[in-house]
Design a protein around this ligand. Structure first.
Ligand SMILES: [Zn+2]
Length: 263
């Protein structure tokens, strides 16, 4: 299927599935694989496989073409990039789009070159989306990418300090713990490259996430005119000890002002 045909089909799907709560208005492109599979695309080879630089799933030109066609039709553009070379390409594609009506996002963001950390910060309108639970350090990742890249992976705190719009999500329905936002906030604080502040972590799960989805006009914060979507917790996650954040329990959940969980 050509990129033109794919975007025409996306326009059909966008209308077919549109409801009050579902918007199919994002193009997701996949630049590379994962560090676990040694398919994340790297500038320097894997530490334990000196001939392996990872694999390219979509090249820069193909991504740029599809992204530009979709953006002109009002779609947001979201690129999966994990290795530093894939992140580099994703940034080039998104910066190249200029100003668009949708949003521009890089998902996962495990490894970054120094120059690209500066490039995304200088740009200002590219969302840095990740799952903070994955920042947790492990021996397999260390062996795969070596000490220097291992220490610098998931630069969540650095991005927040540089005012990059960071958003958090679970990415997976296979790994139940990643749906726990309080565990995610904890991991971001203890396992990222440098500790972010709690307010930035809360915003990454709420208002900034809503902005990435262009839903901040209706949700993401509690204020007049927005849908009353919120949870009641058993503790103050902004004040408790970091270790206690992990144990946070939701007592009640409200959606559009109605209690949908709790008693
Ligand atoms: Zn992905």
């Amino acid at each position: 299927m050509s990129a033109e045909d794919a975007v025409s089909y996306m326009k059909v799907l966008r209308e077919k599935y549109r409801t009050k709560h579902v918007c199919c208005d994002t193009l997701k492109l996949i630049a590379d694989g994962t560090v676990e599979e040694h398919t994340a695309l790297l500038f320097s080879a894997y530490a334990d496989e000196p001939d392996n630089y990872g694999s390219e799933l979509l090249g820069e030109e193909d991504m740029a073409r599809a992204a530009s066609l979709a953006a002109k039709e009002g779609f947001s553009v979201h690129i999966h990039a994990i290795g530093d070379k894939a992140v580099n390409r994703a940034l080039t594609v998104l910066v190249g789009l200029g100003s668009i009506s949708g949003t521009k996002t890089i998902a996962h963001n495990q490894l970054y070159s120094k120059d690209d950390k500066q490039r995304i910060a200088a740009n200002g309108d590219i969302f840095f989306q990740t799952t903070p639970h994955w920042a947790k350090r492990d021996a397999f990742t260390l062996q795969s990418i070596g000490q220097e890249r291992y220490e610098a992976q998931f630069p969540i705190g650095t991005m927040m300090k540089r005012q990059v719009p960071v958003t958090f999500g679970s990415d997976s329905c296979l790994e139940e713990r990643t749906a726990n936002a309080f565990l995610g906030m904890y991991e971001a604080i203890v396992s990222g490259d440098t500790a972010p502040d709690r307010e930035s972590c809360l915003l990454a799960y709420t208002l900034r996430g809503a902005r990435q989805l262009k839903a901040d006009g209706v949700t993401g914060s509690i204020c007049e005119g927005k849908s009353a979507d919120f949870v009641v917790l058993d503790r103050d996650v902004m004040q408790c000890a970091p270790e206690e954040m992990k144990e946070t329990t939701v007592l009640r959940t409200y959606f559009e002002g109605e209690m949908v969980y709790g008693e």
